[in-house]
Design a protein around this ligand. Sequence first.
Ligand code: FES
Length: 105
Amino acid sequence: MYFISVVDSIGDSHILNFRRSEYPSLLELLVNELFDDIGDCKGKGLCGTCHIRIKSSMNSVQFSNELEQKILKDQLEYYPDNRLACQIPLDKYIHKIQIEIIGRD
Ligand code: FES
């Protein structure tokens, strides 16, 4: 069992447990566990509502594809530690990361 720390879109903190590949991506974990109102495009990488900031990570969470980089750079406030939750698989490399949901800012 792995876990992540999350500050949701209203500023509340949570610890979420997950199993590897329990959901297709981090987006589904956040939506199913926090009922947060994100994921308008259902994980297609187009809406930016699943925009997150990685506050702390023991591992490098790399960009997964060109589409995500393009959305972040062209449409959102870009910082190197920002990602789209829908593009992050649930895997051991995100164990213990601390994130903040900023998609509805
Ligand atoms: S759910 Fe739309 S960009 Fe991630």
